[in-house]
Ligand binder design. Structure first.
Ligand code: UN1
Length: 492
């Protein structure tokens, strides 16, 4: 299977024609190859997008939305096939892959509905016989740069609102997961999206991503990925005043109070820390536990971890799949060494799994550190793997303080039965997403997704907030008095 560029409604190969292999992280097998596009390809995509956008913006929004509705139906029809490809390409277990495709389906129907809303405001004018309103208009050409960990969901969070709002899109997926991009592009095409409204360029962030970010005719960049890359993008966009929306990960914590249902909390920790092998921006990598229940919690957690089946995510019943590649595996392992060096106590895991049964896949044992100090690197830096640090605290106030002591601010959670703590926590936890009696993962597509501090730059993906990234506000004043009325002057 080969993934080429999709420009102006056609699959086209680049003039340079360099390809990279696409690997299955569960066994190292090659699934296909992906074209490494060039800056010239980005130029071509922009030319097509500009031409298409002019027409697309004139199509009534409810009609634009109908395309998304058909995209939703096609995603639904192909859900199982897409989930299988997703698991093979990215490694997440099949039940999570189905869940991710479902996020895309939900997003399609949600944003299709937005085609009949795209609400603006009417506002009373200061003057007689004058009408005032503010309306959303498309920004123009949108560049979206998406990560490998949610190759379809995140692409839908960004492309669907951009498209329904009347923009054209240039999309660069992660080089690890171009097969999902190919599927989604074909679905757009089959659903009747006019040519040029979405264009695909593949390849490295440093080459293709940079060409997009620096392109004078791309009006907005929406990026999800690492903090380091996000900051570089923000700097470049700052120079040309390009709008940029960034979502750059987290160091999310679950707080377990002494009055919590511990069995429930353990389920939350398992799912949020080890689901997707810890490779979610929303993954839990810190458990902040009241010292009174620390030992009980640890005991229950270790007991439950014994039943986590690790292996190829295509096998039903497997709960933990591989991590994305060898580099990720090494980085996770290095963090475990760092944790040990910092004096944290390893309760479980801490090693690369490479027994015969797992073949050449990239598997890391689910790992738990305890007696972790909030200032240790393993408690501060994003590891993006199945490693969780238990941090004991003496009070609710200390728990909140520790939660808020990191540079990220995506998601947080608290397990407690105390209604007063529930309300205080949702107010005081400084993240963009807060859960009560649930883990840190599982955000729903019709609510804003994003975070505070180093997680982003104030924008949000999904939910109605996503429209703020892809639209401009236009204020319109219509004077029907028949005379020149002047505002900001005393007319009386
Ligand atoms: C991500 O890891 O970047 O909330 C996205 C969740 C999923 C999306 C995660 N719905 O865990």
């Amino acid at each position: 299977m080969t993934v080429d560029n999709f420009i102006d409604g056609e699959w086209v190969v680049s003039e340079k024609e360099q390809y990279a292999p696409i690997k299955n992280p569960a066994n190292g097998e090659t699934l296909g190859e992906v074209l490494l596009s060039t800056a010239e390809d980005v130029d071509k995509a922009v030319v097509a997008a500009k031409r298409a956008q002019k027409q697309w913006a004139l199509v009534p929004a409810p009609q634009r939305a109908e395309v998304l509705y058909r995209v939703g139906l096609l995603l639904k029809e192909r859900k199982e096939k897409l989930a299988q490809i997703l698991t093979m390409e990215m490694g997440k277990v099949i039940e999570e892959a189905r869940g991710e495709v479902q996020e895309g389906i939900d997003m399609a129907f949600y944003m299709a509905g937005e085609g009949r809303r795209l609400f603006g405001n009417t506002t009373p004018s200061e003057l007689k016989d004058k009408f005032a309103m503010s309306i959303r208009v498309p920004v123009g050409i949108v560049g979206i740069i998406t990560p490998w960990n949610f190759p379809i969901a995140i692409a839908t969070w960004k492309s669907f609102p951009a498209i329904v709002a009347g923009n054209a899109v240039i999309w660069k997926p992660a080089t690890e997961t171009p097969l999902m991009a190919r599927e989604l592009i074909n679905i757009f095409d089959e659903a009747g999206l006019p040519k040029g409204v979405i264009n695909l360029v593949c390849g490295s962030g440093s080459k293709v991503g940079t060409a997009m970010v620096e392109h004078p005719d791309i009006d907005v960049i929406s990026f999800t990925g690492s903090n380091e890359v996000g900051r570089t993008i923000a700097e470049k966009c700052g120079k040309t005043l390009k709008r940029v929306s960034l979502e750059m990960g987290g160091k999310n914590a679950i707080i377990v109070m002494d009055d919590a249902d511990l069995d429930l909390a353990v389920e939350g920790i398992l799912w949020s820390s080890f689901g997707t092998s810890g490779q979610r921006c929303t993954a839990c990598s810190r458990v902040i536990v009241h010292e009174k229940v620390k030992e009980d919690l640890e005991e229950k957690l270790l007991e439950r971890m014994r039943y986590l089946k690790i292996g190829d995510g295509l096998d039903e019943g497997v709960k933990i799949g591989p991590v994305i590649n060898g580099n990720a595996l090494q980085k996770i392992h290095e963090y475990v060494q760092i944790g040990r060096g910092e004096g944290a106590v390893l309760l479980a895991g801490g090693y690369i799994l490479n027994d015969e049964e797992l073949g050449n896949g990239y598997y890391y044992a689910p790992s738990v550190f305890t007696d972790v100090e909030p200032t240790m690197r393993i408690a501060q830096e994003e590891i993006f793997g199945p490693v969780v640090s238990i941090i004991p605290v003496k009070s609710f106030e200390e728990a909140i303080e520790v939660n808020n002591s990191v540079t990220f601010g995506l998601s947080s959670s608290i397990f407690t039965r105390d209604i007063n703590k529930v309300f205080a926590a949702q107010r005081d936890l400084d993240t963009g997403i807060v859960y009560v009696n649930a883990g840190t993962t599982g955000a729903e597509i019709h609510l804003p997704f994003g975070g505070t501090k180093g997680t982003g730059n104030g924008h949000r993906d999904s939910g109605v907030a996503a429209l703020d990234v892809f639209t401009e506000w236009k204020s319109v004043y219509i004077d029907f008095s028949g005379k020149l009325q002047r505002a900001q002057i005393d007319n009386n």
